[in-house]
Design a protein around this ligand. Structure first.
Ligand SMILES: Cc1ncc(COP(=O)(O)O)c(C=O)c1O
Length: 445
């Protein structure tokens, strides 16, 4: 006997409630949608975004320092002076003037590039999607740091690529571990398509790839005939005015570079870019065209005007000062409040601290209790494709004020203390399954 399909019901979508078996379209979805799952934190999002909860979970840039008045004047001028172009379709490649300016931005990290090799995207997330679409067939392998950016893991899952994580330490990706993973993949007959890496101020690990390791990583990838995808949205957000030479700067033929204005200007404009090896550029433009026809012309012109008329480097410096103050607040609060046995990274830039908690504590299981205690974090498992990370959490300091950060860390430490008490009394406190499937989610939560 075949069961009749359930009646469609009004109300929240199945994905929002986690009741996927009520979805009458279930047997229509393409196989690749199996990898598309909602984030763990989304299940708690409604509660976690209440004002009384200090959220150390999301990765939203803090835009409060933007000069809104002069930006609004500029946008009005843009429409009155150039509105018919700004509101028109453009090329899939991106606005030429902006592509030239992007080359100047990348020169700050040692990259010498031709504007023709830059493809403007709707945020670097679109770049990630396109690069995965271009290179990965189902079952191909992508090497990524463990942990890695949730949005990238989401793209890899959507194209049914397998992810092999490689260890990091305080100096970023460990070259010997990368070489070992590549040799192992070869032995197992796996086709590795690229190394996905975030060398600077890593999301979520907060570490930076040591300069001495950069050449070695490139050399290992070349030796194994593996492309490098360098994702660098935080590179200009170093707290001591430091920038690092991009991997792309020394190996233009084997590195696809992803950049973004989301963290250095405004994430809502959704303007990012891909700098591909020359040979790949044409395919990227075709992929971009099939995804969006063209990136929004208006937003590109807003960014272009901003770069040419504002002291944008001064603005980045102001952002960095704000983030550094918040980083300091978080690190000193962690030092003051966290129970013995917790360890964490000490970022020199970017948005994130990665914390490891004592054995027996499961950060995913603990999350609802933390939210009840009015603090939220991102549990570590979302940053791995293979279920690791249950003793880790990502703490973001980018958005809340320093006082809220200190209060959030104090609350979190109290939750951890009582969790550790439970572990001492009853042994390991394992994860209860949160409603809905888990995983990679946008970093806006
Ligand atoms: C490492 C990393 N890559 C890519 C992105 C996506 O950024 P965009 O806003 O440019 O799409 C993010 C956003 O948080 C990120 O942290």
């Amino acid at each position: 006997m075949t069961a009749s399909p359930p009646e469609p019901r009004p109300g929240p979508t199945p994905a929002a409630t986690g009741h996927q078996n009520l979805d009458p379209h279930l047997d229509r979805y393409a196989a690749r949608t199996k990898g598309m799952t909602a984030s763990e934190i989304r299940a708690l999002f409604a509660v976690a975004s209440r004002p009384e909860v200090v959220s150390l979970a999301g990765g939203m840039p803090n835009l409060a320092a933007l000069p809104l008045e002069s930006l609004s004047t500029q946008m009005a001028e843009l429409i009155s002076e150039d509105g018919l172009s700004a509101l028109q379709y453009g090329s899939a490649h991106g606005v030429p003037a902006l592509r030239e300016q992007i080359c100047e931005v990348m020169a700050l990290e040692g990259i010498s590039a031709h504007p023709d090799d830059v493809v403007v995207t709707v945020g670097s997330q679109m770049g990630l999607d396109m690069v995965t679409r271009l290179f990965c067939d189902p079952g191909d392998t992508v090497i990524a740091e463990g942990p890695s950016y949730v949005g990238a893991l989401g793209s890899f899952a959507a194209y049914q690529a397998d992810v092999v994580h490689v260890a990091m330490d305080d100096d970023g990706l460990v070259p010997a571990a990368l070489a070992e993973a590549l040799s192992q993949a070869e032995k197992n007959g796996k086709r590795v398509k690229f190394l996905y890496t975030i060398p600077n101020f890593h999301n979520p690990a907060g570490v930076t790839l040591a300069i001495e390791r950069r050449g070695e990583i490139l050399e290992i990838c070349r030796r194994h005939d593996v492309l490098v995808v360098e994702d660098n949205p935080y590179g200009l957000l170093g707290f001591d005015n430091q920038t690092y030479p991009a991997l792309r700067s020394t190996d233009p033929d084997n590195v696809v570079y992803l950049g973004s204005f989301s963290k250095t200007f405004a994430s809502g404009l959704r303007v990012g870019w891909v700098l591909a090896p020359h040979a790949v550029r044409e395919k990227l433009v075709l992929a971009a065209e099939s995804a969006t026809l063209c990136p929004p012309t208006l937003n590109q012109l807003v960014v272009s005007r901003y770069l040419s008329t504002h002291d944008w480097k001064g603005q980045v410096k102001t952002f960095c000062e704000n983030y550094r103050e918040r980083r300091d607040a978080m690190l000193s609060a962690l030092e003051q409040h966290m129970p013995e046995g917790c360890t964490w990274t000490r970022p020199d830039g970017g948005f994130y601290v990665w914390m490891t908690v004592p054995e027996g504590v499961d950060t995913k299981a603990m999350l609802p209790r933390a939210v009840t205690a009015r603090v939220a974090y991102a549990s570590g498992t979302g940053f791995y494709a293979d279920g690791l990370g249950s003793r880790q959490m990502r703490l973001s300091y980018c958005y809340p004020t320093p006082e809220r950060i200190r209060e959030g860390v104090r609350r979190l430490a109290a939750v951890l203390e009582s969790e550790m008490d439970l572990v001492r009394t009853f042994g390991s406190v394992t994860a209860r399954k949160l409603s809905g499937p888990q995983a990679p989610s946008p970093d806006t939560e």
